[in-house]
Design a protein around this ligand. Sequence first.
Ligand SMILES: Cc1ncc(COP(=O)(O)O)c(C=O)c1O
Length: 399
Amino acid sequence: MFQHVEFFAGDPILSLNEAFLADPRPEKVNLSIGIYADDQARLPALDAVHQAELRLAAANTAKPYLPSEGASNFRGAVQALLFGASHEVVTSRRAATVQSVGSSGGLKLGAEFIKRWFPGSGVWVSNPTWDPHRAMFQSAGIEVREYPYFENGGGVCFDAMLSALDALPAHSVVLLHACCHNPTGADLTRDQWITLIDLLKARQLIPYLDLAYQGFAEGIEEDAFAVRALAAAGLSFLVANSFSKSMGLYGERCGALTVVCPDAEQAERVLGQLKATARRTYSSPPIHGGQIVAMILTDPKLRGPWEKDLERMRTRIQAMRAQLHAALVRRHPAGKFGYLLTQRGMFSYTGLSAVQVDQLRDEHAIYLVRSGRICIAGLNTSNVEIVAQAIAEKLEHAR
Ligand SMILES: Cc1ncc(COP(=O)(O)O)c(C=O)c1O
């Protein structure tokens, strides 16, 4: 019956994580998957989340189905987080927001929407990008192409990026990482965003922002720069945002898709179509995680501690970047490691080859993605010197 069904080779990052979990070596280090770990190599449970859960449990509320677009308190809180509560986009009701099953679910709703309502549009993603992007759009029947984004050793190749985008047909969709680019950690500067936005506007392109790491680069407000700059330029665009990393709610699957429209009437139409897509896919989003998010975002007693925890996560990642940098420079003074200090968020590209990555895993139980991407959030004060030593040895051999 199912002989014709092809085997799935497995997601490369998730498979690597499974291999890590099965590795019996006690000194093993996981720098592969994009999950924040604290200095004790544990995924922290945030106190604000715990407090919100206690309140939900104490209220002993029923668990009705949510509407297909999600809970209205969650959706309102998302808009306030993205734009600021009194932003014109919010007050004029020209943003359509749906609560989604993680931001992955939001990205996919957006892909379905594009396929249906902009059938001739292709989606351009950065080279490289987070692997699932390509599959999410392709499986919606959309042609996916790449624009140049990153040169190993050179950072963002902005001129090449601009000239590629300048040649796209109107209504092409351009997928952009709003901050903490995954996998490279290399972000556009604010000036570059402004230049890019001018081009997107002039060429009538449709920006699609992926905001999975709000608060991990500079801060909650600062990391919304691209969202607000697009809104200020009067563009219509899509933005998928996530609470997996910023609130440690990975498994609760909390995210949203927001489509900024020219006016409230168009936003109503768009919202209706997003609801229809949700209804025919998973019907409605889960209630529990979304209520935790809404409570934290809207109650100052929870919001304050959350912002502090988020700041702690951000500064720990920055400290690990600085420590790895110093440890590598000490061992390998000729190496160029400045990228560790300028790149932002959980990830950096080390420039290590796939063979070197395999050796790090086999010889030292250090797990990295084969592209050479390292998850800085997997480093801690106990393993950073060990990791630096192993990487420096590999670089020394390669000379
Ligand atoms: C760039 C990027 N986008 C989207 C996601 C999806 O996040 P989630 O579906 O957990 O909200 C991730 C998760 O790793 C990511 O790195």
